[in-house]
Design a protein around this ligand. Sequence first.
Ligand SMILES: C[S@@+](CC[C@H](N)C(=O)[O-])C[C@H]1O[C@@H](n2cnc3c(N)ncnc32)[C@H](O)[C@@H]1O
Ligand code: SF4
Length: 390
Amino acid sequence: MPLREAPGDLPALQPSPGRPFGLYVHVPFCFIRCGYCDFNTYTPAELGGVNPDAWLQALGTELELAAARLGGPSVSTVFVGGGTPSLLGGERLARLLGMVRDHFVLAPDAEITTEANPESAWPDFFSATRTAGYTRVSLGMQSVSPRVLGVLDRIHTPNRSAAAAREALAEGFEHVSLDLIYGTPGESDDDLLRSVDTAVDTGVDHVSAYALVVEEGTALARRVRRGELAAPDDDVLAHRYELVDARLSDAGMSWYEVSNWSRPGGECRHNVGYWNGGQWWGAGPGAHGYVGATRWWNVKHPNAYAELLAGGTLPVSGFEQLDSDALHTEEVLLKTRLRQGLPLDRLGDAERQRAQTAVADGLLVSEGERLVLTPRGRLLADGVVRTLLG
Ligand SMILES: C[S@@+](CC[C@H](N)C(=O)[O-])C[C@H]1O[C@@H](n2cnc3c(N)ncnc32)[C@H](O)[C@@H]1O
Ligand code: SF4
């Protein structure tokens, strides 16, 4: 069937040549929903018609339409996230990457990441994805404490995450990342330190550590509201962040974004693209894209997504054109959180004056022509951004 796009679904896109271009693919499947998670993901019981193969076919159509829209920019990073990409298995993820290559030109040194859950990623998975050309794997570890994993509804055993990371390294992945969550109700300092040490001991080159966010509408939020669990305490979260940072720094990992640490060369280039003015196409249900000054987002439900693509229509739900004010806010918000800092020349006169106040308060430091968060500033990054923007 000839492909057709509904008129008005997305304005003409003009990728800016100087900005790196990435591709994000959203896999909307999970075995169960963890109580804290509000990502756009569905368990088998929540899905009617769409199975992983039907979704993959729809994705292929979206990639074909995307390539026709974009006029073939060279893709420097691919990130397959979720949801749980490892639920697809290595063979389907290999097919997925093959479809990307059918429609896009990947840079010779492209970074190609897949997320994976410890309970659905085993040596054959890592071997198949590595052989297919994936260069990086990001595993959701969260904690090694059985108590914490229980509160988070994680279904893997405490030891499985570190074992999976070691297996990924043994199968030839040079870049492996582990995600941690800190501040879960019932977590102790010792639980967290054991988790960080276990992550470091595996030999991975990247760790992300996120403060637990109680997202509205989740099972965790309901439990907090009923008084079954205490909400994470800000002072405890700040202390735990300092523990994570100290332990990772001692182990030779440096922060390059407020929630991300790596060994030299282990930074996630795809995510740096998001934070540093890059452009990307977001494929899959609910995925967001950003090209030129246009941001758009896809329909969220996998069934609606597949139906639109079966009719040859881009599954876009809405879009916006960012004006210069919105672009500036976004730049300050994202670059302030990076270790390389915010270039001073991006700020107006009033903002520079407010920046001096933040410097005097010990939240920012000037490094040459850039403003960089201090350790205390990293704990209060959102407030620093608000101060700068006035
Ligand atoms: C959307 S998940 C996808 C990865 C994978 N499905 C997994 O769970 O391992 C990416 C990461 O976001 C983090 N995350 C998700 N919801 C969070 C929340 N409410 N608070 C803090 N971190 C969260 C977790 O660390 C998780 O590993
Ligand atoms: S945290 Fe990961 S495994 Fe859990 S529901 Fe969210 S995406 Fe799925």
